[in-house]
Design a protein around this ligand. Structure first.
Ligand code: MLT
Length: 405
């Protein structure tokens, strides 16, 4: 549900360039028209004025998907993707009405400012209009029994099943943009055991690659899914490698993001042991503070503080046994190079251009192991491309999924 109604607008000839295409500046204006039209039909165009504030654009990200021309009628859907104390994030999807082609997708972050230009909390009337803060992950998870625990799983949409597997120390909400926007696929995103809303075995031996992989199969079984596209980030990828060894018949295609097949070096294993002690002595926040500097691209850290905020929240949703169990699993994971060499299915490898943990060279080398695998580098992203550059990542995923046989 969105408080902003869907608005249809006609492209005027004067908004188009010499080739007849709707030009970039005009698209931004058109999105603005759509927002004001939606306000005019709802709470009134003076919603902000009468509350003494103004929504100033802080950031706009636009993905142009197809040309639009004079006289095209465009349908603009606007949803509230996020709400902070002083900010709101709106997501626009622009489609041509005549053939339902997606023309553009945009995400815009607005900060509410007062007459002196200072960020100010969203007034009550505006907060009420925007509706409740989207719950983390934007959806109520279902519960699926898996061995001795119950897993929380987001399930949305219809179509080819795509199982999203998060990394360490994140949770299913790291895929929130893809869960919200990828259309025509059934999006399935569990919290791994020990994480978020899933159950947490109390002892570290309740966690292993085998258990994580079998948990995913339990999720597929519970949903009646025989085969799925598996999409994993980093540790999510390591779990998928194990699933490929144990249950290859359940995998239709692979999306491997910011991950690598090699096991830990001796030095990396020592790092895992140190981090385990930090987890046991000081808890989740201390673990995250050690990891954070290497997780996000410098540009993300400088311009998207809300992404670092979300990463902190995800880490806080890990139980301490979950952290310890995962760190041991990461430390002891096997070399998956041979596993990947035997893969014969459509595969997309993607990696953030500034991923320090599984860098682009490692991604390219991994893609080389798999016949015909595609490999794409997502610009201006670190280790968390789906959160740092959601539109670019979702577009790669959508293109890959659309082309599947
Ligand atoms: C992850 O994102 O899952 C971790 O970076 C994996 C790792 O530390 O190897």
């Amino acid at each position: 549900m969105t408080p902003f109604g869907t608005v249809e607008l006609t492209v005027y000839p004067y908004e188009c360039d010499a080739f007849g295409h709707l030009n970039q500046a005009a698209l931004l204006t058109l999105l603005e028209r759509a927002r004001w039209d939606a306000l005019a039909r709802g709470p009134g165009m003076d919603l902000f004025d009468r509350n003494g504030v103004w929504p100033a654009v802080r950031k706009a990200t636009i993905e142009y998907r197809a040309a639009a021309f004079a006289r095209d009628v465009l349908r603009v859907e606007t949803t509230v993707a996020g709400r902070g104390t002083t900010s709101m994030t709106l997501r626009h999807v622009v489609r041509r009405v005549s053939d339902d082609t997606t023309v553009a997708e945009a995400e815009m972050v607005f900060v509410c400012i007062d007459r002196l230009g200072r960020a100010t909390p969203l007034p009550d009337e505006i907060a009420r209009f925007l509706g409740p803060r989207p719950p983390t992950g934007g959806h109520q998870p279902i519960r699926v029994p898996a061995g001795e625990v119950e897993l929380a799983v987001d399930v949305r949409g219809e179509g080819v099943p795509v199982l999203f597997v998060h990394g360490f120390p994140f949770d299913r909400t790291m895929w929130r943009h893809q869960l919200a926007t990828l259309s025509r696929v059934r999006r399935i995103a569990p919290d791994l055991r020990g994480v978020g809303d899933s159950g947490a075995p109390p002892a570290a031996d309740g966690y292993s690659l085998t258990r994580y992989a079998d948990d995913l199969v339990a999720v597929l079984d519970a949903l009646g899914v025989r085969q799925a596209v598996l999409c994993g980030l980093s540790m999510g990828g390591y779990v998928i490698f194990e699933l490929l060894r144990r249950h290859p018949e359940r995998v239709k295609a692979l999306i491997l993001a910011d991950t690598k097949p090699e096991p830990d070096s001796a030095e990396a294993k020592r790092g895992r042991d140190e981090l385990t002690q930090v987890a046991q002595r000081e808890g989740q926040d201390a673990v995250l503070e050690r990891l954070l500097p290497r997780l996000l691209a410098p540009a993300t850290q400088a311009t998207q503080p809300e992404v670092a905020g979300q990463v902190r929240e995800m880490a806080r949703r890990w139980s301490v046994p979950g952290l310890v169990g995962a760190l041991r699993t990461l430390r002891d994971r096997p070399d998956s190079t041979e596993t990947l060499r035997s893969v014969r299915m459509p595969t997309l490898v993607l990696v953030g251009s500034e991923d320090e943990i599984a860098p682009p060279e490692a991604a390219r080398a991994m893609a080389q192991l798999i016949p015909d695998a595609q490999c794409h580098v997502v610009p201006a992203a670190g280790h968390l491309a789906p959160l740092e550059q959601p539109l670019a990542t979702s577009r790669l995923l959508a293109d890959f999924l659309r082309a599947l046989p």
